[in-house]
Design a protein around this ligand. Sequence first.
Ligand SMILES: *[C@@H]1O[C@H](CO)[C@@H](O)[C@H](O)[C@H]1NC(C)=O
Ligand SMILES: *[C@@H]1O[C@H](CO)[C@@H](O)[C@H](O)[C@H]1NC(C)=O
Ligand SMILES: *[C@@H]1O[C@H](CO)[C@@H](O)[C@H](O)[C@H]1NC(C)=O
Ligand SMILES: *[C@@H]1O[C@H](CO)[C@@H](O)[C@H](O)[C@H]1NC(C)=O
Ligand SMILES: *[C@@H]1O[C@H](CO)[C@@H](O)[C@H](O)[C@H]1NC(C)=O
Length: 648
Amino acid sequence: MMALSARLLSSVFAVASLFPLLIAAAPSATDPCADIAGKTFVPPADALACLKAFPFNETLRQNVLTNIARVFDFFTFEDYYLNSPPPFQESTNNIRETIKRINSTRYQTDYDFNKDLYDFTTQLNDGHTRWFPDCYTSFQNILPAPVITIEENGVQGVYIAFDSVEFLSQLGPDYAGYFDSIGFDWKRLQGARVLQIEGKDPYDYVDQIARTVSGNYLDHGVRVNSVFTSYRISGAAFSQRVGDLAGPTGVAQNSLTFKLVTVNSTKVETVTVPFLANYLGSPFTDKDSFWAANCAANDATNGVDLKTPRTTAAIRRLAKGEIIDKSNSNALNLPPRFIPTVPPVAGSGGVIKSFVLPDNKTGVMFVGSFGGDFDGFQSDVVSAINSFQKAGVTQLLIDLTNNGGGFVCLGHFLHQYLAGSNIGYPGFVSTVRANPLAQKIIAADIALGLDSSLTFYSGDNYAFLNGTQISKSFNYITPSVPFVVNGRQDPTSQRFHDTCELFFSQKVPATPPFDLSKVAIVNNGNCASTCAMFSTLMNERHGTKIAVFGGKPGEQMEFKGMAGNQVLEWADLDTEIKTAGVKSDPLAPPDLLVSGNFRHNWRTAWSFFDENRPIAYVSELPRFRFPYTKDTYNNPQNLWTFAASKLF
Ligand SMILES: *[C@@H]1O[C@H](CO)[C@@H](O)[C@H](O)[C@H]1NC(C)=O
Ligand SMILES: *[C@@H]1O[C@H](CO)[C@@H](O)[C@H](O)[C@H]1NC(C)=O
Ligand SMILES: *[C@@H]1O[C@H](CO)[C@@H](O)[C@H](O)[C@H]1NC(C)=O
Ligand SMILES: *[C@@H]1O[C@H](CO)[C@@H](O)[C@H](O)[C@H]1NC(C)=O
Ligand SMILES: *[C@@H]1O[C@H](CO)[C@@H](O)[C@H](O)[C@H]1NC(C)=O
């Protein structure tokens, strides 16, 4: 060992004397990960060199692709992709053919294989159905020039965000210092008017990012808004999302070239802006430890048989409908000057922030997600509504901007609380796909006497359409119910309801606390899963006024992003399979050998407008569409005040 490294060293020196410039790079050529170890910010090319340090491995391809191919059997929308109905044609993809292509493509590195698979699933534009390889989603590339779209003097245009300096300075001296070290002044770009990006009209470039990078939302128009930087609630704090142009997952790009005019200037300049990648993964020191920490399967990668005794206390299993937005893991605050100046009312400590606007008649609930504390969310709704009533509020504005979803039952809760329990069932009619393995799982659950405490498949999770809870021994999937999509037989289970009322910890009023015609919704279309189900319920059942801000001028945009229903992470589905005791079935997906998650949309929500169509595929346009302005961009209170003047 000693002798070998001494020999290597001497040969490095021999080469180095001939090529002095290589002296620094030479030792790292063998381990590009060691080079970037311990650094929070690294140039994307250096990060990519580390990610590409792992050669393509056929065993891993077969493992991952087999897993994914078999999980797709459970994906409710697979056959819709053969010919996605308008206006969602952009997502059309023959999933099985694409898997075949990826199975027969030659890749140099494990990264190349995973990137192809990541891009394929991302471009299905269903935030519930994506491959997340933890190894390769461990960096967020950050461009010090996040973009916005606003209307100025009656004309909409793309600008570098007006708060880019204040916003990105929060990344700290290591981020800003890098640009100082290469002599790049990013701060002077703040507020610049953008004329071109990468040689294209800026909106065309935004469309390209929406097509290839953003994912999550079936509707292209909604994805356009994901490209821009925007306000949100992350965790329980006001936050600003960098946006998919300036803050994509991964390190695919090194720079972007803008043609722009800076503030107070008339000179058109061409500026190439470098990205700097933010490492979000676990600590490592070199290539092997990078793999061990981020890429190898760990205890949480695959599912477990819940019948075996566990040391951890039983947790309540609640259905979730939410997207994974990696940009939440290093969330930056919304700069203080944009935080509402009116004080929050009671019940604003979690994912909901509620306010009474200065007009004293408009209550605002900014519902940042349907996640967080399940019972806390419910008590916060009650506190906010009580405060509004005490304050004499007569109209209610709900802001769903960048709401990525959460617990399915919290969507039902908020809907029923606003509409009153007299409306009856507050959710959608639902089904699961009746593939042969799903039928075997349910048969096995029944034979084993399992119930909803251990499985999502057991009948007692759900109710018949008349509201009677289904018994755990009732087989609602065999016989299956025939259904045809794009000419393919795609049978489902019987239709059923959720049973969310069983989990409500707060009493729901019988009648609406506010005249429902005085309730309106604003958002940026980035409203996923449970959020999309909630807003669609408000639209389909109550005709609630919905206003969407932003987007590309002249391009259509839905008010909901992606309206799947319950999502199962890979580990959740595997837990269903293992708990039912059918893991040895040839149809069962194998355990993953790498740390990753192929999640999928597991249940469909059927539209009230057309019960043969999933709400995901029903185009429901907002009745109001407004551009952002200098005033409303990033400024929730200004936006709410504007919206209240237009919607009530
Ligand atoms: C490929 O991956 C498998 C599973 O991790 C591993 O056992 C095998 O050694 C790898 N093959 C090569 C050539 O590295
Ligand atoms: C990939 O192709 C090989 C060779 O045809 C086949 O044996 C294997 O089952 C395929 N894998 C997947 C996941 O389809
Ligand atoms: C632009 O001009 C205005 C008005 O003179 C001034 O207040 C502002 O500071 C200038 N901004 C920049 C970035 O130079
Ligand atoms: C709203 O209420 C506050 C406090 O009672 C009062 O000072 C203010 O003038 C009211 N504003 C309007 C527009 O009525
Ligand atoms: C509800 O429907 C189920 C299934 O059709 C049926 O067995 C049950 O008796 C019904 N319950 C009531 C209260 O009508």
